[in-house]
Design a protein around this ligand. Structure first.
Ligand code: UD1
Ligand code: MG
Length: 462
């Protein structure tokens, strides 16, 4: 039977106090809406209809999912009005799952359980008991006439906080904003909604009372974790949800054997694969796709994005690594910077304040202090001295430097690309190399040292 998904994402998010539409704010590196879409994509829906409004152009151009279509809601007259805009894109039969663009951590298993509860015929609401239900729609249960509402009774409606009586506000079971509903009923009920309420909005939640009147069973399901249904309305809530999400990721890694110095100071904004005996110190941020081999150790306060680190490599404190491949047993940092295209062979050493970009260093090569290697290929066991750089940019083009195996580049050299240094060559400290240097020989390119025998220091004139 057809499954359609509607995601409401038109709201402004006033309390974020931000120029960015609320659903575009990021949690663990992905927008709130993208989290919801990624979960929706696992449910096998025919169509995912996302309702946009506030910042629609921006929202529509930055998210993606299979089967995704956008429908605009302008002006925004409430959640019922939002879903009404999606009606032309929905099947006539089957089930529609309604999700919220600002409730990012809903899990596929919970959504599936809700769809199963709807069973093609029931209105299924995702609800949860909250210690503090303030601000949420309350689930009304009990006698249809409204007498002696008993908490275990059948659902007869949802009342919004602003429309609730003090007694209703005491109810702790809240509607999470997520429901699964037979599409044919949904279409009929939406057409009958009015905005006769405190906020003069078309409330989607009013369809619950319509279902009761139509004798369509209203059932409820609960999420497995509270965090799944927490919404983001403010920077504080966003940060709280981020911490919960990060803690869950940290727990998963630790269960797989990764040793985190402190799970509360760990951030993964992407995907990470760790082999055995990986150790990660505090304050590290991992982004994109990161893979760490057996026994890799990451020191404190490193940023590692889209990188592979082979077995036994050690990344020391405060290193920044982006788009790099690091060989087995390599030693990087502290304070190293590897930029896209940095490829380090086995046992390579990259020390403090060394930057490597689009350069391959073969096994055992070393650049231990204050150096820049860009657009280069560096042979095995090369020693690249302190303060030396490749001058790879002539102001218009990037040019390459080739350094043969076992070459020794002294300190404070400038290798002006394009240039090649032969295998086993030695370059004297302070040289500016503009022509190829032959293999196995010493090349020096600097002014000769001179001492002036009769020179006297000037003295002060009156
Ligand atoms: C809604 C529910 C409330 C529930 C709560 C859960 C209604 C009437 N109330 O209240 O019962 O407890 O969610 O968080 O549905 N949106 C649009 N267009 C609109 C209005 C809203 O797309 O015209 C979107 C918002 O961007 C948001 C979602 O719908 O993603 C929910 O809207 P919001 O205004 O936050 O509803 P609540 O008042 O929180
Ligand atoms: Mg809300």
């Amino acid at each position: 039977m057809a499954l359609d998904i509607v995601i409401m994402a038109a709201g402004k998010g006033t309390r974020m106090k931000s120029a960015l539409p609320k659903v575009m704010h990021r949690l663990a590196g992905r927008s709130l809406l993208q989290h919801v879409l990624d979960t929706a994509a696992q449910l096998g829906a025919d169509r995912i209809v996302t309702i946009t409004g506030h910042g629609a152009d921006r929202v529509e151009s930055t998210v993606a999912a299979p089967g995704l279509v956008f429908v605009r809601q302008e002006p925004q007259l409430g959640t019922g009005h939002a879903v009404l805009q999606a009606v032309p894109r929905l099947h006539d039969d089957g089930t529609t799952l309604i999700l919220n663009g600002d409730v990012p951590l809903i899990e596929a298993a919970t959504a599936q359980a809700l769809i199963a509860a709807a069973d093609g015929a029931n209105l299924a609401l995702l609800t949860i008991d909250l210690a503090d239900p303030t601000g949420y729609g309350r689930v009304l249960r009990g006698d249809p006439a409204g007498r002696d509402a008993d908490e275990g009774g059948r659902v007869r409606g949802i009342v919004e906080e602003k429309d609730a009586t003090p007694a209703q506000r005491a109810i702790r079971e809240i509607y999470t904003g997520i429901m699964a509903v037979p599409t044919a009923h949904l279409k009929r009920w939406l057409a009958a909604l009015t905005n006769d309420n405190a906020q003069q909005e078309y409330y989607l939640t009013d369809i619950v009372a319509m279902a009761v009147a139509d004798r369509v069973p209203v059932v409820t399901a609960n999420p497995r974790h509270e965090a799944e249904v927490l919404g983001v309305n403010s920077p504080l809530q966003l940060a709280e949800l981020e911490r919960r999400y990060q803690r869950a990721q940290a727990d998963t890694l630790m269960e797989a054997g990764v040793r985190l110095a402190d799970p509360a100071r760990f951030d993964l904004r992407g995907e990470m694969h760790c082999a055995a005996d990986v150790e990660i110190d505090v304050g590290c941020v991992f982004e994109g796709k990161v893979s760490l081999g057996d026994g890799v150790r990451i020191g404190p306060h490193c940023v590692i994005r889209d990188a592979t680190v082979a077995a036994g490599a050690v990344i020391q404190a405060f290193s920044h690594i982006d788009g790099a491949a690091i060989g087995a047993g390599a030693l990087v940092g502290p304070f190293a910077r590897l930029r896209p295209g940095a490829t380090l062979g086995e046992e390579v050493h990259i020390g403090n304040f060394v930057e490597v970009k689009n350069a391959t260093l073969a096994r055992g090569a070393k650049a231990n202090h204050l150096a820049y290697l860009g657009d280069s290929s560096v042979g095995e066991r090369v020693n690249f001295g302190a303060g030396s750089i490749t001058a790879n940019y002539d102001g218009a083009n990037k040019l390459r430097t080739e350094i043969g195996a076992d070459a020794h580049i002294g300190s404070n050299c400038v290798l002006v690309a394009p240039v090649a240094i032969g295998a086993g060559a030695t370059i004297g400290g302070g040289s500016t190399i503009t022509e190829d240097a032959p293999a196995g020989k010493l090349t020096v390119a600097r002014a000769r040292q001179a001492t002036l025998e009769n020179w006297k220091r000037p003295t002060k004139t009156r």
